[in-house]
Ligand binder design. Structure first.
Ligand code: AGP
Length: 370
């Protein structure tokens, strides 16, 4: 069957709304509820090989790189394996050290991004083992890697990636649980996370049900020439992805920053003309995050807060340009539910500004030349 936008004004809108069903597709058959672990058949690594991994290095470009950062957090938290993400476009230019007990993970929707493909080849040339988190079956990266996880997001047409990123995140979560469970993640924690993952599709649906309210917030944000997206630790890659999506389709200057670093410089830019979208999950950092919001409000900076129901913002609550409460899940899984409303904000801002949502100026769906 051909894939078209149907009743939607754009593929981006269609693809955002497809996420609950596509999220179910990536999880299907891969969650082991009895042992509280992931069941990823395509890794081509047995339990002994999984246990021998000492480090994980994730490579991707653009949004795939930002989801890679989310994945690195999941791996460190759940599997307690040192993990980090790097822009695949930079990797091979610095004569990278490739180690045999590092697991390399290449992340790509298209599977055709040249910088990611060349990073994979550079690693393999030095004897490293690479798995892929790829959406397009049979793509160049899918064929090149030594194993991997297909994302089952279905075809993605909009240049601004949405559903593929969500499924990358879910694939990382399953990988982190599976790696954790051959190490020190308890069966109870494994089951807690597997149960959390099964709730995600329905909770994404709940976020999407608030689209009308998000559209109102997006209209306000679209008026600004320049804005900040802030978050810390788990929330920082969410902010990076939120800013990326916003700038791709709205052409506004959107800068992601670590909330904790604001006072070390960019606070100088905060003014009534520069709104901030803040990622404030109800986690161990909530009080510090709320304190930072007060710093912004004191300088007249308009605030949109992505948070959880019940998080007390004190006297800020009446002054916000928007408050977006996402459903609660396990803390480790907060990033994905906080990313989805940011996609919707970007989409509605672009629509408000009358841009070509699916084909933003200067961008290609996949960057296949160096
Ligand atoms: C996402 O919205 C962007 N268009 C872009 O950053 C993209 O994620 C990047 O180019 C990587 O593409 P890939 O996943 O197909 O490798």
């Amino acid at each position: 069957a051909s894939y078209d936008a149907g009743e939607h004004d754009s593929f981006m809108h269609k693809e955002i709304l497809e996420q609950p069903a596509r999220a179910e597709a990536v999880l299907r058959g891969r969650l082991d509820e009895r042992f509280g672990t992931g069941h990823l058949g395509g890794l081509n690594l047995d339990a002994r090989e999984l246990r021998a991994i000492r480090r994980v290095k994730i490579l991707g470009c653009g949004s795939a790189y930002y989801v890679g950062q989310m994945g690195a957090s999941l791996l460190e938290e759940l599997a307690r394996i040192p993990a980090d993400a790097e822009a695949a476009s930079e990797f091979r230019y610095r004569n990278p050290i490739v180690e045999p007990d590092t697991l390399y993970v290449a992340v790509s929707q298209s599977g055709e991004t040249i910088d990611t493909l060349l990073a994979v080849q550079e690693i393999q040339r030095k004897g490293g083992r690479v798995i892929g988190l790829v959406n397009v079956v049979g793509s160049a990266i899918a064929r090149q890697v030594d194993g991997g996880i297909y994302l089952h997001a279905g075809p993605e047409v909009a240049v601004a990636s949405t559903k593929a990123l969500t499924n990358m995140y879910l694939a990382f979560a399953m990988l982190a649980v599976q790696l954790g469970r051959v190490r020190d993640l308890s069966i109870a924690d494994g089951k807690r996370l597997i149960a959390g993952l099964t709730r995600i599709p329905e909770q994404i649906e709940q976020v999407l049900a608030t689209e009308a309210e998000l559209a109102v917030v997006a209209k306000r944000l679209a008026e600004a020439e320049s804005l900040f997206f802030i978050g810390r630790v788990r929330g920082f890659p969410v902010a990076r992805e939120g800013a990326q999506k916003f700038k791709e389709v709205s052409y506004r200057h959107a800068e992601a920053y670590q909330t904790s670093e604001l006072k070390h410089g960019p606070l100088a830019l905060i003014s009534p003309d520069v709104p901030t979208v803040a990622i404030v999950p109800d986690d161990e950092l909530v009080e510090r995050n709320v304190a930072a919001l007060h710093e912004i409000a004191a300088r007249g900076g308009p605030l949109v807060v992505v948070t959880h129901e019940g998080v007390a913002l004190g006297d800020l609550d009446g002054t916000l340009a928007g408050r977006i409460d996402v459903p609660r899940n396990e803390r480790e899984l907060d990033p994905i539910l906080m990313t989805v409303p940011l996609q919707v904000l970007a989409y509605h801002a672009a629509q408000e500004l009358g841009h070509d949502i699916d084909k933003p100026r200067n961008l290609a769906k996949s960057v296949t030349v160096e």
